[in-house]
Design a protein around this ligand. Sequence first.
Ligand SMILES: *Cc1c(COP(=O)(O)O)cnc(C)c1O
Length: 813
Amino acid sequence: MNLDAAGDAAALRDAIVRKLTYDLGRSRSGARDRDWFLATALAVRDRVIDRWLDVTRATYEQGEKQVYYLSLEFLVGRLLRDSVSNLGLTETLKEALAPLGVDFDAVRLAESDAALGNGGLGRLAACFMESLASLNIPAFGYGIRYEHGLFRQILREGWQHEYPEDWLTFGNPWEFARPEIAHDIGFGGSVESVRVSDNEVRQVWHPAETVQAVAYDTPVVGWRGRHVNTLRLWSARALDPLKLEAFNFGDHVGALADRMRQEAISKVLYPSDETPAGQELRLRQEYFFTSAALQDLVRRHLRVYGDLRSLPERVAIQLNDTHPAIAIAELMRICVDLHGIPWDEAWAITQGSISYTNHTLLPEALESWAVPLMERLLPRHMQIIYLINAHHLDAVRAAHPGDVRLLASVSLIEEGHGRRVRMGHLAFVGSHKVNGVSALHSDLLKKTVFRDFHALAPDRIVNKTNGITFRRWLQQANPGLTGLLVDALGPRVLDDAEALDGLAPLAEDAGFRDRFAAVKLANKEALAALIRQQLDLRVDPHAMFDVQIKRIHEYKRQLLNILETVALYDAIRAQPHLNWVPRVKIFAGKAAASYHRAKLIIKLAHDVARVVNGDPTVRDLLKVAFLPNYNVSLAEMIVPAADLSEQISTAGMEASGTGNMKLALNGALTMGTLDGANVEIRERVGDPNIFIFGLTTEEVETRRRDGSHGAAAIQASPRLGEVLEAVESGVFSPDDRGRYRELMASIRGHDYFMVGADFDSYFEAQRRADTRWEDSAAWWRSAVLNTARVGWFSSDRTIAEYAEEIWRVPVRR
Ligand SMILES: *Cc1c(COP(=O)(O)O)cnc(C)c1O
């Protein structure tokens, strides 16, 4: 330790103790881990602020283009390790805390996990915020400051129960409340035509109800602390919180009920990521944060540039999925109604500023809102959407006269069983670029949901394959591997993900492979300790850790994995003395509260685990562990410890995946279908270093069209037949033998997700993985090559591509 470093540690220690004493009012002796966390976070935050203010000022002075990332979800996780690491203070902080008798890890774990998102989409937004700051791109993230993030999952006897997540109970040291930054958000009411001059009539919206959106700012510090951006989350505040008049007249309950209803907007995250919740509250949330974001950025733009016409040169607005798609109508309203800009000019401003990321092809997940609801809640926006549609359909009609099918297909309004506004169509026409999130997904967008749109605007759809921030998912989550990489490749690897390429030759170096394997073993020992503590289950860290961690969904096919587990269990029991490769099947994931079948799949995993783990004939050859309450923090424990990464969705259904990237980066081999970004992972790691199985997208499509059923697959596979019989007859559910009858019947029947059709191929691919594992040099060669060749999946690369092709902003590394 040099003197400067010692001095810095001492200064940080003083700052922490001062925060503990004067901000928290705690004595050193009485302080708990949580108090130390809060004091540490406040002290660390101080180190970010000067740079934050400087950077923000410089952006305006230099007239730099700003990126605005609008997302209903930001799955942030814990921030202490991230901030400290990006500021280069990790060692300093450990030294600062040690003489106080405080352990950095204990402090770090006392932070609550900010789960303001459901899964991949929200985590992508969080990775993007970190990469934007690391690439010195001036940016704001805009979202909602949910009081309760995603529910806490508790498993009782394998049944999921949802409990509220109270991440704000002990305060959030990262955020700055900005009560002075507030925008009025209207709902309902009526629209009035007002003549403002001889030749101009303006529409004036008189909302029936107004809620305030109040800003809470979190600084987002980039790698090496050079740049700091802002995550601005909006909280709902009733305009007249106590309704004093009503209160005085004695209607206390009524007054509070109004307030409750208004402030409910930012109370809870909708716990469903794959289907649009039909509730009015959800639409209110969407409009609430979108309108606040647009008012905020328009005000900032006008303050600096004075004129909205220059918006597209100064501002890039990215819509993360269709949740903020109402932005298109809102920006038109701001331009036309509030600033008197003619329609066509307003449209050029809107389209020039906005772009849209599509995240799903699943028809049931494409957002639409009933016209009567829109008319009631957002009457002026509904008028604007009709006008946009009229202009849009006129243009289509002019180019393709008489094509009635085409008009119906690309209309913003879905006719038929109740008229609905198609938010994806609105987002498409109002954006200058629309992107998918993997090569396959973008290709399918052109061929399926946006086929007709693609023909009308062939340059609009582009691909931006997702990425992950390597700071969090490698450097912080896996310090052991990071140390090894820095030893091998030098510190450059911390700054440039593509430098990982240099690792490839070391895959041939037996000494390096051993060190790589030793890091993995240490990570597995830590995970084994967690499994023991959480589940009271002992697992052998030398066994293959076979990991499937993600939301529970039929298309992600945890069921396929569980059925394969049963088949393997049967095979081991039949021939217990063969040379089986010992495996630990590790699952984690939440099911949407209303998704009964997903909850039943969790229960099945639990029932199978109970039988398998309790069977002495399988000894340590097979164990099943379902870890509760999957979130970013748990992912950070599991990802570095995984040997095998299960990415087994039905082909054509996973838009990209990002879990697949995290696991490959940390040296897990992928067991996957040709779906989402798996396709591109295969291209990079090479066919010998990934286990690909199953039907392709086209084959799935053909089978569905032909109305094929699971029965044929079961006929062809005695192994599958036995597994289904065992599960449906109650072997794993003696307390309720019929529990899985219907679930198994779905595989025998339509088998929409192709579990039966892919079963044999999957089982066979798993045995290939066994064979590779038995040849330890071959396994670790593949593992090293996975880490070496996935540098391209850094979200720095993704963001640089958005910057160049969609936002047209410079990247400064
Ligand atoms: C990365 C991540 C996801 C996305 O995982 P997929 O496997 O891509 O579905 C979901 N939840 C959390 C907590 C994550 O960290």
